[in-house]
Design a binder for this molecule. Structure first.
Ligand code: TNX
Length: 518
């Protein structure tokens, strides 16, 4: 098997790529012609290429780099594009703006890797290999979740993470904004959520049970403007930011700020300084449900995403079993077991979001746990996804053994430690088919796509985030966008070339060969 030509080693792999003889060179004379509505794509192209190339790419009615937008174009869907590179010009076409944004990333990848550098590059000829490309994604949800609750990252870093997703045509950033260990989004009606819930007393490293503490506090939260800035930055790159607010479990930081929302108002709680599943959860009284509605109303003001994630995972019911208020709720709702309170709670929240025109998303821990109308994010077992699909739920596949980036990437003792219990190597991510071939077509048609999860118990810094994310996100993107991609014959050779692009961007990715041991 010969290695693919460096120029065509695109990640994700395009649906159709036909090389043509010759090349087109971008230089100071290259000008850009844009159809109405294509200006944002032209600005993105300029801003991506300017730092390394210094090319002005001026607008001109007779430009030789044409960005055409035509809703009548068939076969490209909302995100596909066609790209024709000839010796005297480039034509990028799409039916919708997002298609152009993805096509811009392809142009960027086809240039020499120096084009991705943040610093001016001299002596490089900015050649594009002539080609005819038609490229349409297989799945519409190609996501990555970043947990900024366990370890806070500044808005500037979240924007860089968005840039790296967009390079790979990943189109969803799920921002995990709240958890037991921190609350990161301000809510006007509940100022203590970030004031108290945004800070914990100790920093932790290592797994639950054998955690070590370094004594320094950890904290941080975003301003509303910063969050709006992340949303706008992402939209300019074709990425939707799906906010995630955890409930009714994983809320210890909120309960530290407002204990009356819990099951034992007299109990003083700290923002949790441990990992794992915390047994303190929201109450099922009106104040707790109203709190969630108020928080979500503000979330919807900041995040225009059609989907809003409301957690729903790992909610122990011990407190509800002991709480008189929860027993009253069970009696009023004619429920026979405290477990049913979870479904009752999620139903109220789902109805609230849907009454405002949004789609609720929840972690699916079984195939049947989520109320109607929820999109199921299936993490425990792909069969849960199938069962949810049969019940009419849309499904995002997020199986932990293939998409959890907090697990180590190899069993090598030189590998940085990860969540204990499993290894999620590059090959496992690449092998994860979001719509397995043994599913019925009706089941498979409910699958929106796949998502990788970067829980950050083990990733406190941008370096650690990038080491854990890349190249595994490259594999997820390839599978979710391209579908048909083979491991050795195709993906790995392309990835080898692609890592030169990551290097030019300064991404601190895991090397493709395992770290050498002493
Ligand atoms: C489970 S899966 C969690 C997270 C942890 C993760 C660690 C899920 C929805 N919840 O709270 O960070 O495991 O792997």
């Amino acid at each position: 098997m010969t290695a693919p030509r460096a120029e065509s080693a695109l990640v994700p792999k395009p649906s159709r790529y036909s090389p043509r003889p010759g090349h087109f060179t971008l230089d100071a004379g290259t000008t850009v012609r844009t159809a109405p509505g294509a200006e944002p794509a032209a600005s993105l192209l300029r801003s991506l290429l300017a730092p390394a190339t210094g090319l002005p790419l001026r607008p001109s009615a007779t430009g030789n780099l044409v960005l055409a937008l035509d809703p009548q174009l068939t076969g490209l869907g909302a995100e596909g594009y066609g790209l024709t590179i000839g010796p005297s010009g480039v034509l990028l076409r799409a039916a919708q703006p997002d298609g152009l944004l993805h096509g811009i990333q392809t142009i960027r990848q086809l240039l020499p890797p120096e084009a991705l550098s943040a610093k001016p590059q001299r002596g490089v000829t900015w050649r594009l290999p002539c080609a005819e490309i038609t490229d349409v994604p297989r799945h519409s949800w190609r996501g990555a979740m970043l947990d900024v609750a366990r370890h806070f990252q500044p808005a500037s870093y979240v924007r860089r993470y968005v840039d790296l997703l967009a390079l790979h045509k990943l189109n969803v950033l799920q921002l995990h904004l709240t958890d037991d260990q921190g609350w990161r989004m301000p809510v006007a009606a509940y100022p203590r959520l970030t004031g108290i819930g945004g800070h914990r007393a100790r920093s932790m490293v290592g797994p639950a049970g054998s955690t070590t503490y370094d004594g320094t506090p950890h904290g941080g939260s975003y301003t509303r403007d910063e969050l709006a800035g992340i949303v706008a930055h992402a939209a300019e790159r074709g990425v939707t930011v799906v906010p995630e607010i955890e409930m009714p479990g994983h809320v210890r930081a909120a309960l530290a700020a407002y204990p009356e929302l819990g099951n034992d108002p007299g109990r003083r709680l700290d923002v949790w300084t441990d990992w794992g599943v915390c047994d303190t959860v929201l109450g099922v009284h009106d104040a707790a449900v109203d709190f969630c509605r108020t928080v979500l109303d503000e979330v919807m003001e900041v995040f225009p995403s059609p989907y809003v994630h409301v957690g729903g995972d790992e909610c122990p019911t011990g407190e509800w079993e002991r709480s008189p208020a929860a027993r009253r709720r069970m009696a009023a709702e004619q429920l026979t077991h405290p477990r049913e309170l979870h479904h009752w709670f999620m139903s109220r929240i789902g109805e609230h979001l849907q009454s405002r025109g949004r789609r609720p998303v929840g972690w699916a821990e079984t195939g049947t746990a989520l109320p109607p109308g929820f999109t199921a994010m299936t993490w425990r077992d792909p069969e849960h996804g199938r069962a949810a699909a049969r019940r009419g739920h849309q499904v995002v596949m997020a199986h932990y053994l293939a998409t959890y980036l907090d697990y180590a990437q190899s069993a090598d003792p030189g590998e940085p430690p990860g969540q204990p219990g499993a290894v999620v190597d590059l090959r496992a991510v690449h092998a994860h088919d979001p719509a397995p071939s043994d599913w019925d077509p009706e089941e498979a048609s409910q699958v929106l796509g796949a998502q990788a999860q970067l829980w950050t118990e083990f990733a406190a810094t941008p370096d650690q985030i990038e080491y854990r994310s890349f190249p595994r996100l490259c594999a997820l993107a390839d599978r979710a966008w391209s579908g048909e991609t083979s491991w050795t014959g195709d993906f790995l050779p392309r990835l080898r070339t692609h890592t030169t692009r990551l290097d030019a961007l300064g991404v601190r990715h895991r090397p493709l060969t395992p770290p050498r041991l002493p």
